[in-house]
Design a protein around this ligand. Structure first.
Ligand code: MRU
Length: 347
């Protein structure tokens, strides 16, 4: 199993996901500014993983603040929080983790040193909890996956695996659990243009664990469904609105439409920290737009003629009515039942 974010030798070790699968390199992060840059440039990516990374980024920022005055410490920590919040707008886990760290800072009694110590412990807890959450998501997924055929194929989009979380993964967590139980024949991984997280990262993770994986280009998914090659779709999420509308990697929406057209169940696997109960529906989810170079350049090759325009949204929103169930660490829920969780004791 890979762990993309770990605390090691008084700093944070990140697997550099921009270099996989060709190079496995680890980047050591010592300062909050460097963590912000690593999130922005996608050295670390995937909603839960950037939440964990941001939590450590908050601690790295906190330990640099040299004051014994609690009020001044809070003010300067807010600046660290602002910097980390400005990195990527869509995944709510980032904002969730930073808020939890700020709350820790405000509510810890004692000296600035006590607060710093508690911030470190909270970052460690966020990391450990996410790993457990993913394992629970994986196992809850088993209850809702189709029971026929005995061994199924699962299509996934982007990378919602160990690399995108503290470990184990959300969508790939369900895949891992199905594989462990002998219920998986193979994974189909959409390559996921423009950054190719499916071809590069999901495929790499599966190869590490000998899970059979077939990479297809994004425009092949509907065809594969029609051919009867896909039994279920499982994807991750960057932000889920209270009504179940789900933002995930660009292209997820088309996969959901194709799944509906072929009567194939479409599951979203995500921790409850990905649900933003403040948003009533998906139209309120901010969608990151990235540099067009991601579209027009592959390696050193420019693909398009000069003079064309580009549009590069990094995420899209799948409407709740296309989602069979949302698999969380507390079980699987139909999108319309999600809101009931807010008033229940689980969160
Ligand atoms: O732009 P990325 O690579 O950070 O996008 C990642 C995704 O869209 C994932 O599917 C999502 O964050 C869920 S990760 C468990």
């Amino acid at each position: 199993m890979v762990y993309p974010v770990i605390w090691h030798n008084n700093s944070v070790s990140l697997i550099d996901q921009t270099r996989l699968p060709n190079e496995y390199t680890v980047v050591e992060i010592h300062r909050s500014e460097d963590m912000a840059q690593a999130i922005k440039t996608m050295i670390v990516r995937g909603a839960p993983a950037i939440g964990v990374a941001a939590a450590y980024g908050m601690y790295l920022g906190a330990r640099e603040i040299e004051t014994t005055d609690t009020r001044e410490f809070w003010e300067r920590l807010e600046k660290v929080a602002q910097l980390l919040r400005s990195t990527r707008p869509t995944a709510v886990n980032l904002f969730w983790a930073i808020s939890r760290m700020m709350k820790t800072a405000y509510e810890t009694p004692g000296t600035v040193e006590d607060i710093k110590q508690n911030l470190f412990q909270t970052a460690q807890a966020i990391n450990a909890e996410d790993l457990q959450t993913c394992q629970a998501i994986g196992d809850h997924g088993l209850a809702v996956l189709p029971t026929t055929p005995e061994k199924m194929t699962i299509l996934t989009h982007c990378n919602a695996g160990a690399l995108a979380t503290a470990g184990y993964g959300t969508a790939l967590g369900v895949v891992r659990s199905a594989w462990r139980e002998g219920r998986l024949e193979r994974v189909f991984a959409d390559e996921t243009r423009p950054r190719l997280q499916g071809a590069k990262l999901t495929a790499w993770e599966c190869v590490q664990e000998n899970i059979p994986v077939t990479v297809i280009t994004d425009n092949m998914a509907a065809h594969c469904m029609k051919q009867g090659l896909i039994h279920a779709v499982v994807v991750g999420a960057d932000r889920i609105a209270a009504n179940g509308d789900t933002a995930n990697k660009i292209g997820t929406y088309s996969v959901a439409i194709a799944a509906k057209a072929h009567d194939i169940p479409f599951f979203v696997a995500a921790p409850l920290s990905t649900v933003d109960f403040e948003l009533t529906d998906g139209s309120q989810i901010p969608i990151e737009e990235r540099n067009p170079v991601e579209i027009y350049q592959v390696g050193n090759t420019i693909l398009t003629p000069a003079g064309v325009d580009f549009y590069n949204p990094a995420f899209d929103v799948t409407p709740a009515n296309l989602i069979t169930a949302i698999i969380t660490e507390h079980g699987a829920f139909t999108p319309d039942n999600l809101v009931k969780l807010q008033s229940s004791s689980v969160i």
